[in-house]
Ligand binder design. Structure first.
Ligand code: FPP
Length: 245
């Protein structure tokens, strides 16, 4: 049987693979409504899709995938939706952690643990600890995450550690963010048709390329990810400079 062609080999236009991809997974609710299903069914389908996209991203050679799973603003959703999302996270950690660990996935959490139910917070910490030495890909789960809250937390932490004002540099602030030690994202993808950052990685994404697609998150498959990577390959990243030609 011929060896299955690697995902990357199928897309010759992808010659540069972003190191770090962030995804704003939007459109679960509309995906569900378009099928006459409750919103939580959309979140369930969205959760299933994480596995598919994690696998594809790994095959493409992405080293860090950050997914926006629950924002600090999402607490304002109807209580049954909030508790549904909390339950989904617990379920997915219980069901998937061992398998992710076996596959070399390092799980990180970006966000505040305060506010999350203690048993769920412990599950998150355990999954992070178990997988901390894995190196194939980092799955960074932004949960109870807000970009501004992250900067506030970093500043508080820097002050508690008694850094002199002159010692506060961009590199120091980066280190103190939840993402400390991770490279900045190169590409931010938003599904579901909106063109907003929604408080996602606002410090880290300063020079990221932005890609938006109308596709609802549960329908965002490998081919859609490849489209985003192809578009990324067509962009010229200048980092504020003028490039010599
Ligand atoms: C937006 O869809 C999506 C979210 C609120 C977060 C993404 C959540 C998942 C993919 C489920 C996985 C989460 C966990 C906790 C593992 P939306 O409800 O805003 O969609 P809409 O804009 O169509 O209403």
């Amino acid at each position: 049987m011929p060896e299955q062609q690697s995902l990357l080999a199928r897309y010759p236009d992808i010659t540069r693979v972003p190191n770090h991809v962030g995804i704003i997974m939007d459109g679960n609710g509309r995906w569900a409504r378009s099928r006459g299903l409750p919103r939580l069914a959309g979140h369930r389908a969205g959760t299933e899709n994480i596995r598919r996209i994690l696998r594809a991203a790994t095959e493409f050679g992405v080293k860090v995938l950050t997914i926006y799973a629950f924002s600090t603003e999402n607490w304002d959703r109807p209580p049954e939706e909030v508790s549904g999302l909390m339950g989904l996270l617990g379920e997915v950690i219980r069901r998937e952690t061992e398998d992710l660990h076996r596959n070399g996935v390092c799980i990180r959490h970006s966000g505040r643990l305060e506010g999350i139910a203690p048993h769920l917070a412990r599950q998150i910490q355990d999954a992070v600890a178990l997988t901390s030495n894995n190196q194939r890909i980092t799955l960074n789960v932004a949960f109870n995450y807000g970009g501004r809250a992250e900067i506030v937390d970093a500043v508080r932490h820097i002050m508690r550690d008694d850094h002199a004002p002159e010692a506060v540099t961009e590199a120091l602030i980066s280190q103190y963010l939840y993402t400390g030690g991770l490279p900045d994202p190169d590409l931010i993808i938003r599904t579901g048709g909106e063109w907003r950052l929604s408080n996602f990685l606002i410090w880290q994404a300063a020079y990221a390329e932005y890609y938006a697609t109308p596709t609802y998150w549960p329908d965002f498959d490998e081919a859609e990810l490849a489209n985003a990577l192809i578009e990324y390959n067509q962009r010229e990243r200048r980092f504020g400079k003028v490039l010599q030609r």
